[in-house]
Design a protein around this ligand. Structure first.
Ligand code: ATP
Length: 141
């Protein structure tokens, strides 16, 4: 079978559509690590963790934040069903900074009766990743 020229990216969350477009490459944060998909990729199903995702059309690279979900890859399609995701340009930096401060505050007081280290660690990871995605996209286009 001939290798397809592009990939159809269908990227949604339960709340919104993030992208429906033809792209040349996608990089995803898999539970087992980051992986890139080019046209003609072998079929796979993978769980996604919290991390940055990007997709490229020519030299035009788009970044987004993703937290949990699944992807299904075929030779000419990448479907991303994310639990939570935002395009880089839609990330509210002030909100992510506030979330980071709250997590820092909680992690600095591990003696509090209701302290949940794992929850605070995950909140911190989400906030730091959102800031990284938003800034990366804003500085490098
Ligand atoms: P927060 O503590 O600010 O609520 P969170 O990590 O707990 O952050 P999530 O549960 O991941 O938030 O997301 C809840 C909803 O809010 C989702 O629709 C998500 O897309 C949106 N959201 C969360 N943080 C941001 C942000 N900084 N910018 C834009 N949308 C955000």
């Amino acid at each position: 079978m001939a290798i397809p020229k592009s990939l159809r990216l269908e990227f949604v969350t339960p709340e919104r559509a993030i992208a429906h477009e033809d792209v040349d490459e996608v990089e995803l944060p898999g539970e087992q690590g980051f992986f890139a998909v080019l046209p003609g990729h072998a079929p796979l199903l993978a769980a996604l963790k919290t991390g940055p995702i990007w997709y490229r059309k020519g030299n035009d690279k788009h970044f987004a934040f993703i937290s949990g979900g699944f992807t299904e890859v075929t030779a000419d399609r990448v479907s991303v069903l994310a639990q939570v995701a935002e395009r880089a340009e839609d990330i509210d930096i002030a909100r992510a900074e506030a979330s980071k401060r709250r997590a820092e505050e909680r992690l600095s007081k591990p003696t509090l009766a209701d302290f949940d280290a794992e929850r605070a660690r995950i909140a911190m990871l989400r906030a730091l990743t959102r800031l990284q995605v938003a800034r990366h996209s804003r500085t490098r286009g």
